[in-house]
Design a protein around this ligand. Structure first.
Ligand SMILES: [Zn+2]
Length: 254
């Protein structure tokens, strides 16, 4: 009796059990599958369109990001055209924490299509890192729809880069780019073509860390076959989600 009273008293006096560690605050990710509608993007040797493959990858990515606690918004969920400027505007309107545009690379020449494969990750700058980066930006920018505001043709993003908030977002974009790129290279074992900068319109208006992933070359026979497989698309999606998690953890320590 005494023992049980004592036990009851001890229970009452016991401190509250330690709380579970606080879960990370929710965050918003805008995932942008490139092209759509009239804009096919690049085409595989077998005739498969970039717009369809990147939408499949984005759909695989969504639940993986949601498991990290993210609210995920896709700029398109079907085969529809979305103006390039609208894509970043969606992210701005949601006050998203990050913006990830997913694309597939391609080469214009037969020799390039045979030999070029691998992953490139981009963030914004007024000047392209090299000729290949300039070509990638020119190709992805070709979707700019009639009626979309024309940037200064001499220097498409310099005006935007004057904005301090944009400059801060650019440093964040660089860190995000490296986090995603490292995970993609490690997971896919494909050629590391580097983190680069180029004037992509789709990134120019984003007021948060924003990157454009060229996750492989749809113009390359062997790599396009991989890109079309569910298993490889899952690897890509898992790597992007892991990169987002690593980036988030690093940002929270900053
Ligand atoms: Zn593209």
């Amino acid at each position: 009796m005494l023992a049980s009273l004592l036990a009851a008293a001890l229970t009452l006096a016991a401190p509250a059990p330690p709380r579970a560690p606080p879960s990370p605050p929710p965050f918003v990710v805008v995932v942008d599958p490139g092209h759509g509608g009239d804009q096919d993007g690049a085409i595989s040797p077998g005739g498969v369109k970039e717009k369809d493959v990147v939408l499949q990858i984005a759909r695989r990515l969504r639940p993986k990001l949601e498991r990290l606690g993210a609210r995920v918004v896709l700029t398109r969920t079907g085969d529809i055209g979305v103006p390039l400027t609208t894509r970043a505007a969606v992210a701005n309107g949601l006050k998203a924490d990050l913006f990830v545009s997913i694309h597939l690379n391609s080469m214009a020449t037969a020799a390039g299509r045979r030999t070029s494969a691998g992953v490139e990750t981009y963030f914004l700058s007024a000047d392209a890192s090299d000729a290949n980066a300039a070509a990638a930006a020119a190709r992805e920018n070709a979707d700019r729809m009639a009626g979309e505001p024309l940037p200064d043709p001499g220097d498409p993003v310099a005006g935007i880069l004057q904005d301090l908030e944009q400059t801060a977002a650019l440093a964040g974009s660089s860190r995000l780019a490296y986090a995603l790129h490292e995970r993609l290279i490690a997971a896919l074992g494909s050629e590391d073509r580097g983190v680069k900068q180029a004037p992509f319109y789709v990134l120019a208006g984003a007021r948060m860390p924003a990157v454009l992933l060229e996750v492989g070359f749809i113009s390359n026979g062997a790599e396009s076959r991989q890109l079309l497989s569910a298993a490889y698309q899952e690897k890509i999606a898992r790597a992007i989600a892991a990169g987002v998690a690593a980036w988030r953890a690093a940002e929270r320590r900053r």
